[in-house]
Design a protein around this ligand. Sequence first.
Ligand SMILES: Nc1ncnc2c1ncn2[C@@H]1O[C@H](COP(=O)(O)OP(=O)(O)O)[C@@H](O)[C@H]1O
Ligand SMILES: N[C@@H](CCC(=O)OP(=O)(O)O)C(=O)O
Length: 361
Amino acid sequence: MKFKTNTIVIKIGSNVLTMEDGSPDLNRMASLVDQMVFLLEKGVKVVLVTSGAVAFGRKSLPLTPKTDAISKKQVWAAIGQIELIRRYKELFSQYGHPIAQLMVTKEDFRDRTHYLNMKNCLDGLLKNNVVPVINENDAVAVTELMFTDNDELAGLVAAMIDADSLLLLTNVDGIYKGHPADPSSELITFVGQKMPDLSQYISTHKSSFGRGGMLTKMTMAKKSANLGIEVLIANGKKDNVLVAYFNKELKCTYFEPGKSKDNHKKWIAHSENYSKGEVTINEGAQKALESDKITSLLPVGILSIKGEFLKGDIIRIVDPAGNRLGLGKAEYNAKTANEKIGLTGQKPLIHYDYLYISELN
Ligand SMILES: Nc1ncnc2c1ncn2[C@@H]1O[C@H](COP(=O)(O)OP(=O)(O)O)[C@@H](O)[C@H]1O
Ligand SMILES: N[C@@H](CCC(=O)OP(=O)(O)O)C(=O)O
């Protein structure tokens, strides 16, 4: 197993930062910061995606059982985030390492301008050796504004900054063939690009404070690896986990990275949830897009168009039977696209540079 260590996104799950009774595990947090500083001093650029706001808030302000689930999450997150970031600030300050806080929602990944603004900020922080500390803005992110969990957010951030590695720290050593608590379950240590789906091994069980569970971790890991980022799922509750990572001795589930390194395509590949419309293409166009040739999607290959989209919006591409083929950025709006359906000699609806055809159809 070969690890590269230039830019790394480290995601720390709530359960890593909490003890069994739910109280913040400040010793664990301190140890992880020590190790992040170790990585920084070795020249690694570190971006931290951290959960823990709700868990920290829950401990400091008990709410009556009558409070509804959404309000609870908002109140605890709003209270807990200050505590969480204050602790990180104190711990990194001991070493003189500056940190910065970014609170984001799904909406911030939705359009290209927001996306590029966020990327510009992260690039600026990294250039100035500041560690960005990112969490979802749970106080405002409710229902459709929510990420599935911070694993999804970490994957989006890793793609955005073109990270080399994504390390998802949780409370188990990785993905097991079976329940992790069962001693006969075997840890899957390597997931190759061509390996079949692992979801059969994953139960819906989550840790006490986790949100998405192992299935989102695995889905995000696969997706990020397909985009050329190596991904490791490892146990953040184990001492020296980051040092072991640096020394290439980490016990974990490692996802082999694919070859893609194209940033536009990374953004598009992660945009499924934000797509505004759908275009059905004919068999000829499907063959061309799935071949190794550089091909844009032309109106002549389009059968029909659904939804209202504008220039710059992400649209889904489906085959004549409605199966999903990929995603792309529209070069013009739905009205113009409808007028051009089936016509030759027209500007592409999706340019190759902004086209992502999924390898996992
Ligand atoms: N096959 C499996 N291998 C490993 N863990 C699994 C598996 N199936 C379910 N899990 C559960 O997934 C949990 C980790 O996911 P999650 O609770 O979302 O963690 P986090 O809070 O770190 O994001 C583990 O504690 C484990 O109970
Ligand atoms: N943003 C939330 C965490 C949400 C989340 O994804 O939690 P986890 O599954 O533990 O990574 C918080 O800070 O409490």
